[in-house]
Design a protein around this ligand. Structure first.
Ligand code: FAD
Length: 396
């Protein structure tokens, strides 16, 4: 047999997925360089202080907040895959809360403004948000209604004498809530109209009656700020309505699809990052005279984790391809969100196990990855809600 006929597996070669071009890979390199040089060194400090607002300004300056946004609004005009690249590379900041705070801006608040907003709203909020000079937050969840979005109580009532809406209610767990300049706010405008009784508003956070009540303490994502907000007789003009009066429920359900897909990408990237760090550890740490990775029990853990991460990644990429090509693949987005969040938590948990006692120590950062990733099974719709969406999509 000729030597050329002996094909050997090349496990070390670099694999580029077919949705990405060389341009995406160059973008990946430049984001990673920025993240490692300018963000990662502050990871420990920001766990204590939350990450500073200059991160938005700097990322805006570099064009990273508008990678997939239209050029006419200050974006880079890239495809959806550029947003995936950003979400994936941000995990190298080792600061889950930062990735989340940025995603609220890039994938949760700017998109509904660009999709449903008036030209004035786009100029006033989307353009500076893409530029990093204004920060946005999203207000869906309330103390008495999270999964049950239709159960929210925040009311916006039209005062015909002044031509304004008067908003009363409260929102909780609001990421960026302390630092934001404006909130995309979900309200009920007609309690008797069912799903047709909701309206979104763009409310400046310095409006009289907006109260940033409390900075909430959390299990993980410590670098992000999480607020309890109150709205007491907050008056906004008609021009603050985002999208159509009465159609806010449908608008926010649309928004949630982008939020879930980017969340899924972040989960996969987070899982990969903790896997990579643990792999290094398993090659170095010895027990009973050999690296722990050489025990079959540990080797199989890596094999299981790698297979799950790769499966989740393929789901995310294929779903992103559908999204990029004009489909509205709600079922697949939901599956990708569910599966990626679950395996990310599983992987982080196994990585703690592989680290042994060190995995439990702050110094190694693995416990932080677990705490940060744990949110993904709750935020943007819990596992149970994802299962409901998938199950119901089959007419059940
Ligand atoms: C750190 C953090 C940041 C967040 N950021 C934001 C933000 O920026 N903006 C925002 O609006 N929200 C935000 N959230 C809120 C988040 O989206 C909600 O916590 C989530 O949707 C779950 O809602 P809930 O906490 O009210 O739980 P609940 O709805 O009270 O659910 C409690 C439990 O019951 C289960 N459950 C509920 N309904 C059903 C059902 N029909 N079938 C089966 N099980 C069910 C849930 O799955 C869960 O296990 C954030 C949350 C956290 C923790």
């Amino acid at each position: 047999m000729a030597t050329a006929d002996v094909l050997k597996p090349d496990f070390a070669s670099r694999r580029k997925h077919f949705i990405f071009t060389d341009d995406h890979e160059q973008l990946r390199e430049s984001i990673r360089r920025f993240v490692i040089k300018e963000l990662q060194p502050h990871a420990e400090e920001w766990e204590e202080t939350t990450f500073p607002d200059w991160v938005f300004e700097r990322m805006g300056e570099l064009g990273f907040l508008g990678l997939d946004k239209p050029v006419e609004y200050g974006g880079q005009g890239g495809d959806y895959y550029t947003a995936l690249v950003l979400a994936e590379e941000l995990v190298h900041a080792h600061c889950g809360g930062l990735g989340m705070g940025v995603a609220v801006q890039t994938d949760m608040t700017i998109p509904p403004i660009l999709k449903f907003g008036t030209e004035e709203q786009k100029q006033e909020w989307a353009v500076p948000a893409i530029g990093g000079t204004k920060i946005l937050c999203l207000g869906i969840t309330e103390p008495d209604a999270g999964s049950d979005v239709a159960g929210i109580k925040t009311r916006a009532v039209r005062d015909d004498s002044s031509g304004e809406y008067v908003i009363n209610g409260s929102k909780t767990f609001i990421t960026n809530g302390h630092r934001a300049h404006a909130i995309v706010l979900v309200t009920k405008t007609d309690p008797d109209a069912g799903y047709d009784g909701f309206t979104l508003f763009l409310v400046p956070m310095d409006s009289p009656g907006v109260i940033r009540e409390k900075r909430l303490q959390k299990l993980g994502m410590h670098a992000s700020d999480t607020a309890l907000l109150a709205f007491q007789d907050v008056r906004v003009p008609d021009s603050a309505v985002l999208g159509h009066v009465g159609k806010g429920f449908y608008h926010i359900m649309w928004e949630l699809q982008g939020e879930r897909l980017i969340g899924a990408a972040g989960s996969v990237a987070g899982a990969q990052q903790v896997f990579d760090r643990t792999l290094e550890y398993a090659k170095e740490r010895t027990a009973f005279g050999r690296p722990i990775g050489r025990f079959q029990a540990i080797r199989h853990k890596f094999a299981e984790m790698a297979t799950k991460i790769e499966t989740a990644r393929q789901m995310v990429y294929t779903t992103a391809w559908r999204f990029q090509n004009g489909e509205y693949p709600v079922r697949e987005i939901t599956m990708a969100k569910l599966y990626s969040a679950r395996i990310a938590v599983e992987v982080a948990d196994e990585c703690i196990q592989i680290h042994g006692g060190n995995g439990y120590m702050k110094e190694y950062g693995i416990e932080r990855s677990w705490r940060d990733l744990r949110l993904n099974r709750i935020g943007a719709g819990s596992d149970e809600i994802m299962l409901e969406v998938i199950g119901r999509s089959y007419g059940l």
